[in-house]
Design a protein around this ligand. Sequence first.
Ligand code: GDP
Length: 305
Amino acid sequence: LAGGTGSVKLIRGLTRATREDFTIISNVGDNFWLHGLYIAPDIDTVTYALASQLDRKRGWGIKKDTFNLLHQLGKLEAETWFKMGDRDSATHLVRTELIRNGKTLADTTSELCRRLGVSQRILPASNDPLETWITTPAGTMHLQDYWVRRGGRDDVLAVTYRGAESAKPSTGVTDAILGASAVILPPANPVTSIGPILAIRGIREALRTTRSTRLAVSPIVGTAPVSGPAAKLLAGLGVPVTPLGVARMYAGLIDVFVADRSGATDEDAFRGLGMVPVFTDVMMPNAAREKALAKRILRYLRHTT
Ligand code: GDP
């Protein structure tokens, strides 16, 4: 189950560490319309990573992209807070056209994957509208407004997943979870990447009932996220910004929780949540460390499944 920048590090590691088949169930809560285009940032990040086109340093967009379109949009006094490169914008254009022609988000995703040479299966968690909205003292706004337009400066009072009650899992999602030998939650923002996926009742139930081993990797190392707004979001929800705080959010859905060694002092508390804790190096600053963590996880899963 994947978000964007943190998730792709482990996904990249897994593709290098194993030839086994896997399906990526992608968050859709960040998706939004801008300039008449339908943008799906997490799906794009995973797709570009698997197509070896992701700008690894930024963690989003296409490497060596140019920004002429964005520059011209600025001249025309249009919104420029969401950075879209020229090549990246081609993806948004093609996706929007396919959607306007009646294709589902899942169809457009598999079509874009085919055209970019990605063979792994990327399934949007849902084809139905599902958006993450953040309530702050300055008002309630879409996650993109909160994080990208306003730079995450507002305190978080509440988070809602609009549309989640009626959103259905897209075709193949629950079968993938029920039929997998393992389900992995990579280090991802638990509120804005994993939260929207788990807010879909059918997916939550599939994860609750599957016989596969369910393993999550902590996005919090020590008492801080490696990147992004997770700290403010967790604090706003009253969740401690620690691996254990994240683990509590996944209680009943996860069998194994992988965290950095600083979490070892909480071993009993993890076990109390019904999880086996695995303490290892969970930082992935480069390709070698991505592969090393993926190998560590696969080794654990092979011994226990
Ligand atoms: P987003 O959609 O771009 O926010 O990406 P994700 O939700 O997939 O990932 C963001 C989360 O990944 C953040 O909470 C980070 O703390 C975490 N993260 C990023 N890099 C790493 C890393 O190398 N190791 C670990 N353990 N977590 C990471």
